[in-house]
Design a protein around this ligand. Sequence first.
Ligand code: AHG
Ligand code: MN
Ligand code: MN
Length: 364
Amino acid sequence: MPLRHRTTLTQYLIEERRRFPGSSGDFNALVLDVALACKAIARAVAMGELGGLYGDHPGEAGGAINVQGETQKKLDVLSNELFIRMNQWGGHLAGMASEEMTDPYQIPKANPRGKYMLVFDPLDGSSNIDVNVSVGSIFSVLRAPPDAIDSGRDLTEQDFLQPGTSQVAAGYALYGPTTMLVLTVGNGVAGFTLDPNLGEFMLTHPKLHVPEDTQEFAINASNSRFWEPPIKRYVDECLAGKSGPRSKDFNMRWIASMVAEAHRILMRGGVFMYPRDNKDPSKAGRLRLLYEANPIGMVMEQAGGRASTGREPMLSVQPNGLHQRIGLVFGSKNEVERIERYHREPVEKENNTPLFAERTLFRD
Ligand code: AHG
Ligand code: MN
Ligand code: MN
């Protein structure tokens, strides 16, 4: 095979850094530590049953339950530990927060503290682990408040409640047939494939772009009776296909691994919805704002797609809790904008159909 020169993740980061001549290099070191955690998780996931890592994490009485009220898998807990272990010593972080930890994680006193905060979902889609379907890790990098950086004080939940627009970087690793790292440092989106021989992430997908239009949507249709009218309208119109107001057929996918759906959409377009619904009034959605919706939202927007609550741009939402849930719609721009429009348009109460339902004749 001819030798092909490829850019490594390290080279990519160094080249990006040259845009900011005064930068310290802390940020690059942080991303490389995150990448190392992802490589370690990829290896654990790939061992599967052989590693003895399938199944629920043993808790005090049966399975351990996290702050979400969800049973933790052994691999959820291990992935969380790997993120902490790889990122707590380098001196780049002021603290961390994770789906699997109720409170912010404080950098041990013996270690230096830095200016960034790392927020992560160590293993997304973990209901899929035991059936060998793709899972991934999602991460978001924020800046710590100046007084925390100066004093090196412990972080509070409040310190993390920053809107998605404040993210310095975001991305995910996908543990599929190949392991990939997809990253934005606020200058477009780049995809790297793990070369298992070298143990290096190689730039394979520079400048990723989400097509504006699509004929593919993703939603868990078992929740349809709980959907709000704008979502019901949107999905009904997709299902009506060529003979409906959209005049084209749609395809549907649901992996139940958001990170895998995000990756498919990044590769070929599509729209993903886990909207706010009426299933449980105490939950404003299924997915979490700080470590699922915001990082995936930043990746989508940086790739020319769009991320929204259905009502407002995801990245402008002011968070009110570390583990806050939110309705999430993302993907191809024109479809997300259409769903936002449906949320703005008035709906006839009785039969839940829009007042101005789109008819082929009157379509714009
Ligand atoms: P996690 O495994 O981190 O708890 O997240 C799982 C999420 C997300 O990946 C996926 O889109 C969604 O849960 C699936 O939910 P349903 O089981 O309701 O389809
Ligand atoms: Mn998740
Ligand atoms: Mn998770």
